[in-house]
Design a protein around this ligand. Structure first.
Ligand code: HEM
Length: 261
């Protein structure tokens, strides 16, 4: 871990195995894309991950109703489709696809990556890859197939439960949670080193501890939410089922009452 905290490599240190190279101007479009890739990892992709794990999914700890209210709140944000498209899907697609390109190029151009000998360099790539596989699957099953949670937010808790009660899927959730949390937490450290926000060996080492603590907070909150889904009996999630219709009708009535006040 200490090796990763070593200071930014000076310009001439091409073959060094440690240190994180600062992003340098003068490399044309590639420089701009590297900066955009780096920034997109924090905003909006990182900000989204923060909200998704620490705010939205944590409401599951308070139970199905609290979770349904949170999903309903998000689903009713104005222009929600465009918020998702420009705030989540396109930035993730850009960060991921350019991330794979950096990964691919890095293997052939190790001299350009002074920290290539570092296991954290490898971990940053593999955790991104695991997160990518999970994000595709998770978006497909939660957003684009099965019951539409924007139309039936009350089905949210049950729909997630239906997945996490199946051991292979549960393990996939846990692996992806750890991978994404690590990628983001260590990514914050990388970002700060590359943009010169935290400079000096001592400050970087201290900041690495802060990022490590953040990794545990993210992972811990995610595991607490997963435990909340697994510790309650399966909730209904098929819109056609009688229980679902009555709970949805009650929710609609509650919304109408609130709006009518
Ligand atoms: C869970 C969503 C993701 C978040 C929150 C995220 C966040 C970040 C952050 C904050 C960084 C540090 C920026 C920097 O290097 O200056 C980073 C770096 C990186 N990300 Fe992601 N990322 C995500 C998904 C992915 C995916 C799916 C890939 C695809 C492989 C990926 C590939 C990379 C690579 C290769 C780097 C290192 C770039 C370098 O060494 O210069 N990321 N990410």
């Amino acid at each position: 871990m200490a090796s990763a905290a070593s200071s930014t490599a000076p310009a001439g240190m091409k073959n060094a195995t440690h240190g994180v190279a600062p992003l340098r101007a003068g490399e044309g479009v590639s420089f701009l894309l590297r900066r955009l890739h780096s920034l997109s990892g924090i905003v909006p992709v990182g900000a989204f991950l923060f909200e998704h794990i620490l705010i939205s999914n944590s409401t599951a700890i308070s139970g199905p109703d609290a979770y349904a209210r949170q999903v309903s709140f998000l689903a009713n944000l104005p222009l929600v489709f465009f918020l998702e498209l420009f705030g989540i899907w396109l930035p993730i697609a850009f960060h991921a696809l350019y991330g794979f390109y950096i990964w691919y190029r890095g293997e052939g151009n190790v001299a350009e990556y002074p920290w290539a000998g570092n296991w954290m360099y490898t971990a940053q790539r593999w955790t991104g890859g695991i997160a990518f596989a999970y994000i595709i699957w998770h978006t497909w099953t939660m957003r684009f197939t099965g019951v539409d949670l924007h139309a039936f937010p009350n089905a949210s808790f049950g729909k997630v439960q239906e997945e996490v009660f199946q051991t292979p899927f549960f393990l996939f959730y846990v692996a992806a949670l750890i991978a994404a949390s690590w990628h983001f937490a260590y990514g914050i450290w990388l970002f700060s080193a590359k943009w010169g926000i935290v400079s000096g060996e001592k400050a970087r080492k201290r900041f690495l501890v802060v990022c490590l603590a953040f990794f545990f907070v993210l992972t811990g909150a995610g595991l607490a939410s997963l435990t909340a889904f697994r510790s309650r009996p399966q909730q209904p999630y098929e819109p056609g089922s009688a229980t679902m219709q009555s709970t949805q009708a009650a929710a609609n009535q509650a919304t109408a009452n609130t709006e009518g006040r």
